[in-house]
Write a protein that binds this ligand. Structure first.
Ligand code: ADP
Length: 468
C-alpha cells in the first residue's frame, strides 16, 4: 500500500525508513571480492570513531553500478544489517516530480530523517534518474531536476566526514552521471557489480535453496549452466517457481528437474500464453484499451501520454507478464505540463478501473487496474499538495492545506471527477472498446497505426491528436 509513503505533515513518523531490514552478507552470494569492499564500509559505522581519530577518510557515498537484479539493493541492505543501523531508501525516480520544489524537498526530508535516526544507511536507487548531467534537459522538467540534484549535492556535502550517515546509491548508467556527483567527498567510491559467473550462479542458487526442501542429489551445476546471463533476481525467481512446481505435484522435495523446468519458464517469461485463460486475456485487453482510448481524447496529452503501441503480450520478469500501453515517459517528465494535462493524466490512469466497472459491474471487479489506480491516487495528491486544486489554489494555500484529511478529501474529489469523466468517454466509445479488445485478444498487440485507424472508424473522440 502506498500509505507508507504518505506525507504526514504533523507527525514525526519517518516515511523513508524501511523497517525490519534483516539482511546479512551471507544472504548475498556470488560477489567474490566485492563483498570485502562492502565489509569495509560496515567498519565505517562500527569503527568510525577510531578511523576518525587516525585521520582515515570516510567516504561520502558509495555508488553501486550494475544491471538490474544483480543485488545492489540487497547489498545496501546487508551493509545496514551487518552494521545494525537504520536503512532509509528511496528511488530517485520519486525525486523527479512534476512540481518544482517537490523533488528537492523530498531529498531534504530524506536526509533530515536519516540524521534524526542515525546511524543510518541512505539508499538511493536509480540515481541516474536525477543525477544526469545538468543542463542536458531543456524545459521546466530539466530545471526541476537541477534543483533536486543541487539539493542532493548539498545533503551529501553536509554529511562528509561524519560517517554516521552513509549514502549508497545504485545505477545502471554511471557514465551519464553529473560529474559533480562523483567528486571527492560525494560518490567517490564506485563498485561495479557484474552479472554472476557460473560459480556465482551456483552460489546464488544455493543461498536461495538454503531454506527449501531440496533433494539430496540436486545438480546445481546443471542449473547454473542453463542460466547463463541471468542475474540473482531471476535465479531467485527460478527457485520459487520450482517450489511451486513441487507443491503442485504433491511432492516433498525440489528436484533438479523442477529447477530446470523453472529456468525454462523464467526464460520464456513468467506466464506463457497457454497458461492464461481467455477471460484473463480479455481483462488485460480491456485494461490497456481503456487507457489508450481515454488518452486520445485529450489533445493536451499528445506530447506526454502518446500511445506508442498497445500490447498484452507476456514479457519476462513481470508478474503478470504483460506490457502496458506504452507511454512516452521521457516526455512526461521532461515536457511542459499544464494543469489540465495533469488532470487528463489522472483520468487516463483511472480509466482501467472505470472500464472494469462498465464491462463487468461492481461485483465482478478484478485487480488488474490496481497499479494504475495507485498512480492516479498519488498524482491526485501531488496535484493538491502542489496548490493546483480549486480549493487550495496557489502557493500560499499550499502551506495552509497541510492537514492530511483536507488534502486527501480534495484529492478524492479530484479523483472522483476524473473517474466520472473516464466513464463517460468509455461509455461513449463502447463499440470502439469492443473492437480493440477483440483485436488485442486475437493478435496480442496493435501498432500505433492500427490503433488510430480503429479510432477513426469506430471512435467518438473529443479531439484527435494532430499528428499520428
Ligand atoms: P538490484 O538492486 O541490483 O536491481 P536487487 O538487490 O533488488 O537487485 O535483487 C532482487 C532480488 O534478487 C534480491 O532480493 C535477491 O532475492 C535476489 N538477488 C539478486 N542478487 C543476488 C545475489 N548476489 N545473491 C543472492 N540473491 C540475489
Amino acid at each position: 500500500q502506498s500509505g507508507a509513503r504518505v506525507r504526514r505533515a504533523n507527525s514525526k513518523v519517518p516515511q523513508y525508513l524501511e523497517r525490519g531490514v534483516d539482511v546479512k552478507f551471507s544472504d548475498v552470494a556470488g560477489l567474490g571480492k566485492i563483498r570485502l569492499e562492502l565489509e569495509e564500509i560496515v567498519k565505517f559505522f562500527t569503527l568510525g570513531e577510531m578511523y576518525r581519530r587516525r585521520g582515515i577518510k570516510i567516504p561520502g557515498g558509495i555508488l553501486l553500478c550494475g544491471p538490474p537484479g544483480v543485488g545492489k539493493t540487497l547489498l545496501a541492505k546487508a551493509v545496514a544489517g551487518e552494521a545494525g543501523v537504520n536503512f532509509f531508501s528511496i528511488s530517485a525516480s520519486q525525486f523527479v516530480e512534476i512540481y518544482v520544489g517537490v523533488g528537492a524537498s523530498r531529498v531534504r526530508a530524506l536526509y533530515q530523517e536519516a540524521k534524526e535516526n542515525a546511524p543510518a544507511v541512505v539508499f538511493i536507487d536509480e540515481l541516474d534518474a536525477v543525477g544526469r548531467e545538468r543542463g542536458l534537459i531543456k524545459g521546466s522538467g530539466g530545471q526541476e531536476r537541477d534543483a533536486t540534484l543541487n539539493q542532493l549535492l548539498v545533503c551529501l556535502d553536509g554529511f562528509e566526514g561524519r560517517g554516521n550517515v552513509i549514502t549508497i546509491a545504485a545505477t545502471n548508467r554511471p557514465d551519464i552521471l553529473d560529474p559533480a556527483l562523483v567528486r571527492p567527498g560525494r560518490f567517490d567510491r564506485k563498485i561495479y557489480i557484474p552479472k554472476p559467473s557460473l560459480i556465482g550462479r551456483i552460489e546464488i542458487l544455493k543461498v536461495h535453496t538454503r531454506k527449501k526442501p531440496m533433494a539430496d542429489d540436486v545438480d546445481y551445476m546443471a542449473v547454473a549452466s542453463m542460466t547463463n546471463g541471468m542475474v540473482g533476481a531471476e535465479l531467485a525467481n527460478i527457485v520459487e517457481i520450482a517450489a511451486i512446481n513441487m507443491m503442485r505435484d504433491g511432492r516433498s522435495e525440489i528436484t533438479t528437474d523442477d529447477l530446470l523446468q523453472a529456468a525454462q519458464i523464467e526464460e520464456r517469461g513468467m506466464l506463457d500464453k497457454k497458461d492464461r485463460g481467455p477471460e484473463m486475456w480479455k481483462r488485460l485487453a480491456l485494461n490497456e484499451a481503456a487507457m489508450a482510448i481515454v488518452a486520445v481524447n485529450f489533445p493536451d496529452l499528445k506530447n506526454i501520454e502518446f500511445v506508442l503501441s498497445i500490447t498484452i503480450a507476456p514479457r519476462a520478469g513481470r508478474e503478470l507478464g504483460y506490457v502496458r500501453v506504452k507511454m512516452d515517459h521521457m516526455k512526461f517528465t521532461e515536457g511542459m505540463l499544464s494543469r489540465q494535462s495533469l488532470i487528463d493524466h489522472i483520468t487516463v490512469q483511472i480509466a482501467p478501473r472505470a472500464a472494469d466497472e462498465i464491462w463487468y459491474g461492481e461485483n465482478q471487479l478484478s485487480t488488474i487496474w490496481a497499479e494504475t489506480a495507485d498512480n492516479a491516487r498519488s498524482a491526485a495528491r501531488s496535484f493538491v499538495l502542489g496548490g493546483l486544486s480549486e480549493k487550495y489554489h496557489g502557493l500560499s494555500n499550499f502551506w495552509v492545506a497541510d492537514r492530511i484529511n483536507d488534502i486527501d478529501l480534495e484529492a478524492q474529489r479530484l479523483l472522483n471527477n476524473c473517474y466520472d469523466r473516464a466513464k463517460e468517454i468509455l461509455q461513449r466509445n463502447k463499440e470502439l472498446m469492443d473492437v480493440i479488445v477483440d483485436q488485442l485478444v486475437e493478435k496480442k498487440s496493435l501498432t500505433k497505426q492500427e490503433f488510430f485507424h480503429l479510432v477513426e472508424e469506430y471512435g467518438h473522440v473529443e479531439q484527435m491528436p494532430k499528428s499520428i
